[in-house]
Design a protein around this ligand. Structure first.
Ligand SMILES: Cc1ncc(COP(=O)(O)O)c(C=O)c1O
Length: 451
């Protein structure tokens, strides 16, 4: 077999389960984002930086569950702690010491969060952060950036991820584009879309609607567009602008928290927001999440703002957060992940340069994107100008060869500590090289999706 020829993936068990699943779940999955038609993956297990599907195909996992698995799948240090704690019961709708310990670690690691509350998902965390901001300021509107994903509640699903940039409206005056039906127009009208890295647009929005704006919510990098980075000074200027108009700044650190640095993107970029949301890396894959902020802003809880949840602070999540955050605090795990990310990027650079293709790495070594473009992207609209068809074909080719990035060029690669332990750099780079070669051959033949 030539190096550019992919092995044939075994698919029979997955196809059978897909058909069975279609009978009980829309699209055969529990999330629209996992429905990949007949290529839908049904997972059997994961260990460290690898996953196996139910047909026994093994992959280097570069999705890591969209980011939460920061240490590696089935990490014994976390799982043993969770198993030990959960034997005492998991759900009481009473508060355990695990929660107090977990939230204490969030406070300690961020260094700026004074008070924090657990939720079960990032969606709940951003929903509550927005509500707290509205309650604290007495204002209604929230500014969010095009291409940013803050979960699946109604206020978050505005101008998220269209393929056709024209749907986002005029560049100087973006429109609120609801993602899918079922979102009341009255809700869309409370969300003002802005363009990431475009301070002039943001200032105009504040000059027009400043008295009604409760907060700007921003994912510090464009996590859903390959992690596009802020221009130098963007976060600082946004911090100053929100202060000038009496609005709050919310960092959605669901992906960046406890990944970019111990103190998340706030530490990494050196800008302190008023509120932040965390999830993913704080629980190594267990459903732990939280929102928190300064004493002053969080003082609207518990008396003036509703927040609750039967499973908020459940023991499984809280114990997972304790074990994971202790490891992040006490070991060099993050440095290890950053180093392995840089090593993979160095290998990919060589491969892409040999092919003479223009490319840009976006994001952070622990969570980076590859865009085939000669124009450094600064906002979501720039994704359209990258050669994402080529990227998509490479991603499909990587699946066939045993490595699994997300098959959507907008999603970055996520790395975990186990990728370094298991020495996966060379294999990842060689799978990428073969897939890129095959995709370019396919393009030369006029058929971009060869596999
Ligand atoms: C930045 C960001 N915020 C919020 C969410 C929603 O989190 P969850 O999927 O836990 O609801 C996500 C999920 O990917 C995210 O990336």
């Amino acid at each position: 077999m030539s190096p550019s020829e992919p092995p044939v993936l075994r698919r029979s068990q997955q196809l059978e389960l897909y058909r069975r699943a279609l009978g009980v779940m829309p699209g055969g999955t529990d999330s629209n984002f996992r429905t990949w038609g007949e290529s839908t993956v049904y997972v059997d297990r994961g260990k460290g930086g690898r996953v196996w599907d139910i047909d026994g195909n093994e992959y280097i996992d570069l999705r890591m569950g969209y980011g939460p698995v920061i240490l590696g799948h089935a990490d014994e240090r976390v799982d043993d702690h969770v198993a030990d704690r959960m034997r005492r019961g998991v759900s009481f709708s009473l508060t355990s010491e695990d929660e107090v310990e977990a939230m204490g670690l969030v406070k300690e690691l961020t260094g700026w969060v004074d008070k924090v509350r657990m939720t079960v998902s990032g969606t709940e965390a951003t929903m509550h952060a927005m509500r707290v901001a509205r309650a604290y300021t007495g204002r209604t509107k929230i500014v969010k950036f095009e291409g940013q994903y803050h979960g699946v509640h109604d206020y978050a699903l505005i101008s998220v991820t269209p393929n056709d940039m024209a749907e986002l409206g005029d560049a100087d005056n973006p429109v609120a584009l609801a993602w899918g039906r079922g979102i009341p127009e009255a809700v869309s009208r409370t969300v003002i879309p802005a363009r990431y890295n475009e301070m002039a647009v943001l200032r105009r929005i504040f000059e027009r609607d400043g008295d009604d704006i409760a907060a700007v919510i921003v994912e510090p990098v464009l996590g859903n567009a390959q992690g596009i980075l802020p221009r130098p000074g963007f976060h600082e200027e946004m911090r100053a602008l929100t202060r000038e108009f009496g609005a709050l700044l919310i960092f959605d650190e669901v992906k960046t928290g406890f990944r970019f640095a111990r103190g998340g993107a706030a530490e990494f970029f050196g800008v302190t927001p008023d509120l932040a949301t965390f999830a993913k890396a704080m629980g190594n894959g267990y459903p732990a999440a939280c929102f928190g902020g300064t004493d002053e802003v969080m003082s609207v809880l518990p008396d003036k703002v509703s927040h609750g949840g039967t499973y908020a602070g459940n023991r499984v999540a809280a114990a997972a957060a304790v074990a994971t955050l202790r490891i992040i605090r006490d070991t060099n795990a993050l440095q290890t992940i950053h180093d392995v990310g840089r090593a993979i990027q160095a290998g990919l650079s060589e491969v892409i340069s040999e092919r003479g293709l223009p490319y840009v790495f976006t994001g952070h070594p622990a969570m980076f994107g590859i865009m085939f473009t000669d124009q450094a992207p600064t906002e979501y609209r720039d994704w359209a100008g990258s050669d994402h068809e080529l990227y998509d074909a490479v991603a499909v080719g990587m699946h066939a060869r045993g490595a699994m990035p997300e098959p959507d060029s907008r999603e970055p690669w996520f790395l975990c500590e186990a990728h370094a332990r298991e020495d996966m750099v060379d294999r990842t780079v060689s799978i990428f090289a073969d897939s890129l070669g095959a995709a370019l051959d396919a393009r030369a033949r006029g058929e971009l999706h060869p596999e």
